[in-house]
Design a protein around this ligand. Structure first.
Ligand code: PEP
Ligand code: MG
Length: 880
């Protein structure tokens, strides 16, 4: 039979999956003989069973809980519900991964109208007994019964006012009795029932509430952001209460063994005398720095320092501990690996190695790759952020903090920048490739529509711009140039707002930002990651500037150069449009000839900046309508500029209209219709490579054909590329090696990858389109309904962010296996947005890809994730 409840002395640190982080550490500390109040842990398996059983705790588990309670009572020599010798407990959540503040805690369980009197008598401290009781009623009502906390706070404030008391600690026993009376009255008014007097009922209700809190909305969001699966469940820890509010010889506090913001090796903590834990967190009273405890209780201080040292040495990591001093005696209530800023994480990892505590591999595993983001982007000043109000929330599409004045068109943003404006936020319903210049001119981008792989998100990440996308809570009127936040506040052009691209929060005000600080530890740490990883890391970069940035972040090549972005530059768009409206091949070739030198010089810039690393250049991919205006007025202006009739231009635009452009005339289909486009692009690539090689570098370009689903279409386009390339090489009279390969982004291509590999010299998985087509929902629109899917637990994660390993992953595995079957040395990469997502990177490592490619700013994340994957799957596939 499965065991669902463990006494603290039955477990240890290795049982984290079963006992949760907190439970496992309480058990470990008990085993080490530290002063831990006694108790037991109800396992995470009991939580998953609770959900399986329809949100019910079954009789077997209940029985085990009461058995463990009875055993604990025996050890501590107290009894639940006995007024003469009461046993009181805390009930706390504790999942496998720490989720601070996401789930619930209830203290002082076991008190009722009679027990409180007994406790007062026993301790000779009536004030303490009623203070504990009022805390229980309030917490129980809030956490278990869902009665708003503010209603209790109101009563507390009233009584403080009536008695002219400003500090909670100055409330008398009589004041507290009155608070208890009014709290119970409120409880009855709200619940039409008395506050439960039976301690066993309190306990079971509290455990149920903690299980329930696993699925509260903030926990669901936290899990999604932190890659924590919903089926892990939380454990519940039931522990003997010790009291920091027993008088001035008692207190409570938290401490870190190292500074969590800088990593400095120095005990860092705070405490409050005569208080319970939540007082420290709530900030009603200002806590004292830990050093001052020495003056109040030298013995407890020394003991604590010793224990802190011992715990850090034992766990070989910086610890975050909670302690309580009850009548002069020290108790440790919790220890865990402390949360820390990214720079502290690096400092600690480097220091722990120097101190001989851990080796490089252990150090690599200690840093969360996603955290590195904050080292590369600006952040808001923490104090200002704390006081700021979130006026809308969207998707955290590209990290960083931005503050600026709003502009509603890309042209306006670009214009403002030219006029010297330094703080610009571009607010759009959605962005299109045409907006690129305005996006570049902005510090941040806010869109009402679009998901994590929408145009705005992809481009912003590439540029390192902060972006909040799919923010349905705002209403934008682009024509009249204003938007409303969720409180219906209006923002006109030039008004200040701030965006947090790491959380998706929008603030309706100017907030101060701080620049990231990159320390020498970063370079040291990344060097270790590079030594360990076997998976290559390239970047998606479209311009010579992006390529230079990518190299700086440690990219070992370009995995995807989306050539279409080059065509939107103001000096190129005219030729591009001329090409699109051409009525015959001659006209089209004429226009393409204008584009050729521009493309060639871009490619030369990229090749030069990449200093011999491989560069994969993709042929034109998006549907042609994206290059033409849609608004009537803009069409008229453009027709005039192009010296053609309005009717002709309008006719072309109408002709290009598609009901579903993402599945329309795009990718290699363009090259099938207009081979001259592929010819021009191939010529530009090969000529650029030859020119750069002449300067003494060694460039081997990789030409990539997008959106292939059928071997014959690949062959058709490949032949155009090869014939053109060979001709250019012949003309130049110098040898050049090049590869022609394909994106694998249509499910049919993955399924027939053995055939595709007959022509393709490399595959690059386009997991954005592959996800879109495997799920059958649009990468631009899915965010509109995915929220409901998360709330209803149908999906836990956005499949455009974290690879769906079960479905889309299977297509990738199939592509790898079949591709290698035909061409054992085939080069395999991935260039969808998943290339910068740590758990997806681990998957790509496991299935044996050669490299991942992601936006330049995510390159360090991918490098670290790849190193962690190598450590976690030692001996598996994956090679540079
Ligand atoms: C993809 O589909 O994954 C990809 C990289 O191409 P794009 O995002 O340009 O469609
Ligand atoms: Mg694609």
């Amino acid at each position: 039979m499965l065991k669902y409840v463990y006494l603290f002395d039955e477990g240890n640190a290795s049982m984290k999956n079963l006992l949760g982080g907190k439970g496992a550490n309480l058990a470990e500390m008990t085993g080490l003989g530290l002063p831990v109040p006694r108790g037991f842990t109800v396992t995470t398996e009991a939580c998953t069973k609770y959900y399986k059983d329809g949100e019910l705790i079954c009789e077997d588990v209940k029985e085990e809980i009461f058995e463990a309670l009875a055993k604990t009572e025996k050890v501590v020599g107290k009894k639940f519900g006995n007024p003469n010798n009461p046993f009181l407990v805390s009930v706390r959540s504790g999942a496998r991964a720490s989720m601070p503040g996401m789930m619930d805690t209830i203290l002082n369980l076991g008190l009722n109208d009679t027990v409180v009197k007994g406790l007062a008598k026993l301790t000779g401290n009536e004030r303490f007994a009623y203070d504990s009781y009022r805390r229980l009623i309030q917490m129980f009502s809030d956490v278990v019964m869902g009665i708003e906390k503010s209603k209790f706070d109101k009563i507390l404030q009233e009584i403080k006012k009536e008695n002219k008391v400003s500090d909670d600690a100055d409330l008398t026993a009589d004041n507290l009795k009155e608070i208890v009376r009014r709290y119970k009255e409120l409880y009855k008014a709200e619940k039409k029932n008395e506050f439960p007097q039976e301690p066993q009922v309190q306990l079971m209700e509290a455990i149920t509430a903690v299980f329930r809190s696993w699925d509260n909305p903030r926990a669901i969001v936290y899990r999604r952001l932190n890659d924590i699966p919903g089926d892990w469940g939380t454990a519940v820890n039931v522990q003997e209460m010790v009291y920091g509010n027993m008088g001035n010889d008692s207190g409570t506090g938290v401490a870190f063994t190292r500074d969590p913001s800088t990593g400095e090796k120095k005990l860092y903590g705070e405490f409050l005398m005569n208080a319970q834990g939540e007082d420290v967190v709530a900030g009603i009273r200002t806590p004292q720095p830990i050093d001052q405890l020495r003056e109040i209780n030298q013995d407890a201080y020394n003991e604590f320092i010793n224990i802190a040292d011992r715990l850090e040495n034992h766990y070989r990591d910086m610890q975050d501990m909670e302690f309580t001093i009850e009548k002069g005696k020290l108790f440790i209530l919790q220890t865990r690996s402390g949360k820390r800023t990214a720079s502290a994480a690096l400092q600690i990892a480097v220091d722990l190695i120097e101190e001989g505590m851990i080796n490089k591999e252990e150090a690599i595993l200690k840093v969360d790759p996603r955290q590195l983001d904050s080292l590369l982007h600006p952040n808001f000043e923490p104090k200002a952020l704390k006081d700021a109000k979130v006026v809308a929330k969207g998707l955290p599409a590209s990290p960083g903090a931005a503050t600026g004045k709003v502009y509603f068109t890309a042209d306006d943003a670009a214009e403002a920048s030219k006029n010297g404006e330094k703080f610009i936020i571009l607010v759009r319903l959605e962005t299109s490739p045409e907006d690129i210049e305005g996006m570049h001119a902005s510090q941040g981008i806010l869109t009402a529509r679009g998901g994590m792989t929408s145009h705005a998100a992809v481009v912003a990440r590439g540029m390192g711009r902060c972006c909040v996308a799919g923010c349905g809570e705002i209403i934008i009127n682009e024509e009249q140039k204003y938007f409303l936040d969720k409180y219906e506040n209006r923002y006109n052009e030039g008004d200040w707002i701030s965006l947090d691209g790491s959380t998706g929060s929008v603030y309706g005000e100017k907030l101060p930002t701080i620049e990231p600080e990159v320390t020498g530890n970063f370079a040291t740490f990344m060097k270790w990651a590079d030594e360990i990883r076997t998976l290559g890391v390239r970047a998606n970069a479209d311009t010579p500037n992006d390529a230079a940035a990518a190299l700086q972040f440690g990219a070992e090549g370009i995995g995807l150069c989306r050539t279409e972005h080059m065509f939107f530059e103001p000096d190129r768009i005219a030729a591009m449009r001329e090409m699109i409206v051409s009525s015959n091949v001659e006209q089209r070739k004429k226009a393409l000839n204008k584009l050729l030198p521009m493309q060639r010089s871009d490619f030369e810039g990229i090749f030069e900046n990449m200093q011999g690393y491989p560069v994969t250049i993709r042929l034109l991919d998006p549907p042609l309508h994206e290059f033409l205006p849609q608004e009537e007025e803009d069409i008229r202006t453009l027709a005039k500029e192009m010296e053609i009739s309005y009717e002709k231009l309008k006719g072309v635009i109408v002709g290009l209209h598609e009901f579903n452009p993402m599945m329309g005339h795009r990718g290699c289909r363009l090259a099938v219709s207009y081979p001259e486009i592929a010819e021009m692009q191939t010529r530009a690539i090969i000529e650029a490579a030859i020119n750069v090689n002449k300067k003494g570098m060694s460039v081997m370009p990789e030409i990539m054909i997008p959106l292939v689903g059928e071997i014959k279409e690949l062959k058709y386009v490949k032949d155009i590329c090869v014939n053109t390339a060979e001709q250019v090489i012949k003309e130049a009279g110098v040898p050049l090696k090049y590869l022609v390969g394909t994106m694998l982004e249509i499910p049919r291509a993955a399924i027939t990858a053995d055939e595709i590999a007959e022509e393709a010299e490399f595959f690059s998985f386009g997991t954005n389109d592959l996800t879109q087509m495997a799920f059958g929902f649009s990468r631009d629109d899915a965010s509109k309904f995915l929220e409901e899917y998360y709330n209803k637990k149908i999906y836990e994660f956005d499949p455009f962010v974290k690879l769906d390993q079960k479905g889309v992953g299977k297509l990738v595995e199939m592509g790898v296996k079949l591709g290698k079957q035909t061409r054992p040395d085939i080069k395999l990469g991935i260039c969808g947005e998943h290339g910068g997502d740590p758990s997806s990177v681990e998957f790509f490592h496991k299935v044996g890809l050669n490299y991942v490619s992601c936006s330049p700013y995510r390159v360090p994340i991918a490098r670290l994730a790849a190193a962690q994957a190598a450590i976690n799957t030692k001996g598996d596939a994956g090679q540079k």
